[in-house]
Ligand binder design. Structure first.
Ligand code: FEO
Length: 401
């Protein structure tokens, strides 16, 4: 049965949430689910803004049919061709043979790659700044390559000042009745997932997100309709500000995120001692993660949030402990930069992890490794406790300066 909500007097939310999928893109855990948003504009012409993942395809098609209420579907705007938004495009085209596809040249090529259907006679190919008038609404298309794929574009509705923002301004998390950010405590309940979504999905593409934000700055935006998560019709500047920070790799807080990779608990002991000394020296809101237990997507998100990172790793096979190496390679892949790092390693016969972690961090942009790396031999002894105290002094002074 259909399940829709009005966004405005003539725009209907026709998307749906998936609470069964364990991992988004088969890699990111989503214990709170995810929503696939789709919007139906009921103007003189009818316009659908994107489709949905096939997991919620049946509900979406019911919602769409209900919204149209017997009217034809004139246009489907494809802002993004990733299958979480386009897996149902083929079925949509079969059910609505008269619909015209609005997309850019790259979009049209990708439709041919994903589907075995000839859409050549059904496409309206748009480029930067092109418009589509449907009656009261005039939609303008802005290209947003690599936010998150090369064909991504966003659509601006000049009538109601709405930005249909594709993946930008999205978040993990199913929608639970409330579809607007102002109907929920977003900062308390959603920001962590929004950050985890941003950093892991488009974190690598800060420059491209910056380019989109510059375009958005030239628009009057009253409402942001993303393809995942709640709609923003209030306080849009707050969320845009977060994107400004994330896309410039600017930490949200001066504080320490401690990541430890420990096999038998001795490296963790060192990380714990350091955390406690930092607390005594006035550092607040310290977070400490065992990299073997917390999903790497959360660790990446926390590294984007905090100004100072502590990497404490056992040596394993003459190298960095595997989960820590995985984290570091993920941070590098996501282009993390502008952070200060302290290193701790451990090796019963040959500690190698700190040097190798330093090599990876050194290959990242604008990263500072603090003096005073602590290298354990098996467990923390009195001299290493002193070394940890000294490292805490250096780290706390840098955080609190
Ligand atoms: Fe939500 Fe890049 O797809």
């Amino acid at each position: 049965m259909y399940c829709t909500q009005p966004v405005t007097s003539d725009i209907l939310f026709v998307g749906a949430s998936d609470r069964r999928l364990a991992k988004f893109e088969n890699v990111f855990p989503i214990p709170r689910g995810v929503s696939y948003n789709s919007y139906l504009v009921l103007d003189e012409k009818t316009v659908l803004m994107d489709t949905v993942d096939k997991a919620v395809g049946d509900r979406f098609l019911e919602n769409l049919a209900h919204g149209l209420d017997g009217r034809p579907l004139d246009y489907v705007v494809v802002n993004h061709m990733e299958p979480d938004h386009c897996a149902t495009l083929g079925e949509l085209l079969r059910r609505y043979p008269e619909v015209r596809i609005v997309g850019n040249a790259k979009t049209i090529t990708m439709i041919g790659q994903f589907f075995d259907m000839d859409v050549s006679g059904r496409c309206v190919t748009v480029k930067e700044g092109d418009t589509l008038s449907t009656g009261r609404h005039t939609f303008t298309f802005f290209m947003a390559p690599m936010v998150h794929w090369p064909e991504v574009m966003v659509t601006y509705d000049g009538a109601d000042k709405i930005l249909f923002s594709a993946d930008a301004f999205g978040t993990f998390g199913a929608l639970n009745g409330n579809i607007f950010a102002d109907q929920m405590n977003f900062e308390r309940d959603w920001l962590d997932d929004a950050r985890r979504y941003y950093t892991n999905i488009v974190g690598k593409y800060g420059a491209q997100v910056q380019a989109l934000l510059k375009k958005a700055a030239g628009l009057e935006i009253a409402c942001i309709c993303p393809l995942h998560g709640p709609i923003w019709r209030e306080n849009t500047e707050w969320f845009i500000g977060k994107y400004q920070q994330w896309s410039t790799y600017t930490p949200e807080c001066r504080g320490a995120a401690i990541f430890c990779g420990s096999i038998y608990g001795n490296t963790e002991n060192a990380a714990d001692i350091l955390a406690n000394r930092l607390a005594e020296k006035g550092v607040r809101d310290i977070v400490l993660y065992d990299v073997s237990h917390t999903d790497v997507s959360q660790l990446v998100s926390e590294a984007f949030r905090c100004s100072h990172l502590v990497l404490a790793s056992a040596t394993y096979n003459g190298a960095i402990f595997t989960p820590m190496e995985n984290l570091l390679l993920d941070l590098k892949a996501h282009n993390l930069q502008n952070r200060t790092v302290a290193l701790i390693d451990n090796g019963t016969w040959s500690a190698q992890a700190a040097r190798q972690m330093g090599d990876i961090v050194g290959a990242m942009k604008n990263m500072t490794v603090l003096e005073g790396t602590v290298s354990l031999k098996s467990s923390v002894k009195a001299d290493k406790r002193e070394a940890l105290e000294a490292l805490a002094d250096t780290l706390a002074a840098d955080i609190l300066k």
